[in-house]
Design a binder for this molecule. Structure first.
Ligand SMILES: Cc1ncc(COP(=O)(O)O)c(C=O)c1O
Length: 381
């Protein structure tokens, strides 16, 4: 949209969104609804006892609510430096904390890649990855979602003509709940020369330190991005990369340089979660069990999904039908947001059910019965 766009055009565009049933609004959700739309996968953000433990050691300096400065001026306070050190200790590579996953993703791409680069990205990568691609001015090629063979074909063809190739993938996909084959993608590095960036927004916490860590792939990944707003129960993101890249980001990344650092209280909480992550083993196992239970129950109920994780996506297709299903479930006491374009491709509107470790099998069982009944009533299965 250009700066000179007239108000009438804006109104017309918004009316268009309404007529296509994809006008977005913001509202506070009814807290009494059973929440299937939260990304607090391990339940840490809603764990009162845990936050009480966190606040036990209150001192004004550590828990300050503003950093009052960017990282390069007065915002590299002790806690954020300790946090970066702790991440480095665990992952074996330096870390730079960004204010958000969105900033981290777009910054890495726009800082290191330019019009001479080629970026090969999974078609369904997050908007922040696409923003980085646009800002970089690089040539961008998209491969079909999770299709490593298609990725390899592109690498085979373009590695002859391009020296500077970035491949970007997420691990668990936010809107599909499926998982990229990180091992296979990393193995392609043995044959083709490229830089690899992986976003673990939806796997950090759920898989403890993440899938890349568990599969011992950290060395193969040039930029590991860990946004903290999901199971991390917080805000901000870790960019884990070699020292030379870290220094370049500190010197060149506009979003890192020209933005106020996160408040100390947030990074102290990030450090607290990271230091305690191994203690949440029970929650991780419980969530795994709920995932298996839910996927089996859906299969028995003949409700289709291609999801394989704690995010279960039920594709309905039509926007209005998806909204109606979401509303019908709300009437029954469940909060499940309908997801529509442009967040997901056109005609793939869906219910996105996110499971969290605090849920109970009996509750899920009851819900899936109601889901099936409502889907039948609306003629979407
Ligand atoms: C895959 C993925 N990456 C990055 C982000 C952005 O992270 P943040 O919310 O910290 O900006 C999100 C969503 O928020 C996401 O789903």
């Amino acid at each position: 949209m250009g700066i000179t766009m007239l108000k009438e055009n804006i109104i017309k565009e918004l009316e268009g969104f309404k007529s296509e049933n994809r006008f977005r609004t913001i509202k506070t959700n009814d807290k009494s609804l059973y929440n299937f739309s939260s990304n607090d996968y391990l339940g840490l953000a809603n764990d009162k006892a845990l936050s009480q433990r966190f606040y036990e050691n209150y001192t004004f300096d550590n828990y300050k609510l503003s950093s009052s400065s960017s990282r390069l001026i007065d915002g590299s306070y002790q806690t954020v430096m300790r946090l970066e050190k702790k991440v480095e200790e665990i992952y074996g590579k330096p870390c730079l904390v960004f204010n958000s996953g969105f900033d981290a993703n777009s910054s890495v791409i726009e800082t290191f890649f330019d019009k001479n680069s080629l970026i090969i990205t999974d078609r369904l990568n997050h908007a922040s990855i696409y923003d980085g691609c646009i800002n970089s001015n690089a040539k961008v090629l998209r491969y079909n979602h999770l299709d490593v063979d298609a990725l390899e074909k592109l690498l085979k063809k373009y590695s002859k003509t391009h020296d500077d190739i970035l491949v970007v993938t997420e691990s668990i996909y936010s809107m599909d709940g499926d998982c990229a084959d990180l091992k296979k993608i990393c193995a392609l590095k043995d044959e083709y020369k490229f830089t690899l960036m992986v976003d673990e927004a939806h796997s950090y916490g759920v898989y403890s330190y993440g899938i890349a860590y568990n599969e011992k792939l950290i060395d193969k990944i040039d930029f590991l991005i860990i946004p903290l707003g999901k199971a991390g129960a917080s805000v901000g993101a870790y960019v884990i990369c070699d020292e030379i890249y870290k220094n370049y980001l500190i010197n060149k990344s506009r979003k890192f340089i020209y933005s106020t650092a996160l408040p100390p209280v947030n990074n102290l909480w990030n450090l607290f979660i990271l230091e305690n992550l191994t203690l949440f083993h029970d929650k991780i196992e419980k969530l795994k069990d709920l995932v298996n239970f839910s996927l089996n129950t859906l299969k028995k109920a003949n409700i289709e999904t291609s999801s394989t994780s704690h995010i279960i996506s039920i594709i309905i297709g039509d926007n209005l039908k998806t909204i109606n299903l979401s509303e019908a479930l709300k009437e029954k006491g469940y909060l499940i947001y309908p997801i529509k374009e442009p967040t997901v491709p056109k005609d793939t509107a869906r219910l996105r059910i996110s499971l969290t470790a605090n849920m109970k099998k009996e509750e899920l069982d009851a819900f899936f019965k109601i889901l099936k009944a409502e889907m039948k009533k609306l003629g979407v299965m």
